[in-house]
Design a protein around this ligand. Sequence first.
Ligand SMILES: [Zn+2]
Length: 451
Amino acid sequence: MSNHTYRAKWIVPVDAPPIEDGEVVVEDGGIAAVRHRSVGSDNVRDFGDAVLMPGFVNAHTHLEYTVQRGFLEDVPFFPWVRALNAAKAHLSPEDWLLSSRLGAMECIAGGITTIGDNTDAGVTMRVASETGLRATIYQEIFGIDDREPIDPILAALRAKIEAHRRLASDRVRVGVSPHALYTLRPELLRALVEYMREEQLPSSIHIAESPAETALTELGEGPFWEMYLRRGITWEPPRMSPTHYAEALGLLGEGTLAIHCVQQDHADSDAVAASGASIIHCPKSNAKLGAGIAPLAHWLKTEGLTVGLGTDSAVSNNTLDMFEEMRMALLMQRGVRQNVEAVSARDVLRMATLGGAEAMGWGAVTGSLTPGKRADLIAVCLDHPHTTPATDPVSALVYSARADDVVMTMCDGETLYDEGAWRTIDETGTLSAAREIRARLADAAKKETSP
Ligand SMILES: [Zn+2]
């Protein structure tokens, strides 16, 4: 039986008040005890002026896009989506794999132990398994063109899901991501609802992200509508909000992540709550793309609504840093509401850990330092000028700390990162491969735009 004790100035269990001068006992990859430091503990490692807390749950990412960080800056939402899709043609499966590995490196070094990852290329099952992250990998699916038959699309999805299931484990689960309401037609979305129900697959879908999406579903106008007209796609506007359209199609329910939900009124968020689906808030991505500021303060007051936090991809963020994401969520909400009480530091810390875990169905396993859960544990050093003096560990984490203050990341009792070194990823190889892929992508883009 392996038994280790991790000590620090602060333990922040998330589901219980912080403990000063505490320790976490890890036994066979699980949390055996969370307590004040005691005499006679075994194999003690003391992190000193630091916080021990549960690993972050980044409930919405696209790790495969990491190599496109900074590729599409300062572009409005619709052309941004289009350019991102065009760039996909220049990347090989091996490129997607390396790009995802770069994303995993960043996540792990920043204290993220669980990801909710949407993948089009399908490579992140392998990356999560290799790197030791806890993950639900949602295979993305697209299909807006009503002239394309549904059966082959579904058959291709089934084959991908079966392949992913062969890589699934205690730490890595499989799900489906119908990409968005504007990239799949209603018949296909209904067929997917049926399929996911039969196979008991969790789902992740981008909903109510941009004003362009609302213009499409409510009014049948705007850039998406014009794109349909240009491509000869027939699509009947449902004349309701994106959220109500998703609800009407049966897409919302237990095990569904409704990503973004920026363009929502109270009736929309009530519908999400009533369905049992959860919302994943990606404040930095939403702000960067000019999509808006989601009604987070209202969600937090909505009975029965689970809210998690996600970075979205490096193309729209540009970092996979949950500290920054917590801070953005809190500050933007307070700014727009002109109210300090709109959101608390505890609220965003919970969203970044237990909220995301509960949303993805991992709540019994991770998201808090609770005896009986798996040891998804990180150490955040507070021994820096920007975190000194720290008298309240939660406020230090939310207002001052940053991803590179993480000194150790452990998932399921396995150390993935320690004192600047990755245990499961080849750091130099991954970084140089990423630079090489990016240079090729830039060349291809240049050729396309030159006359
Ligand atoms: Zn996304």
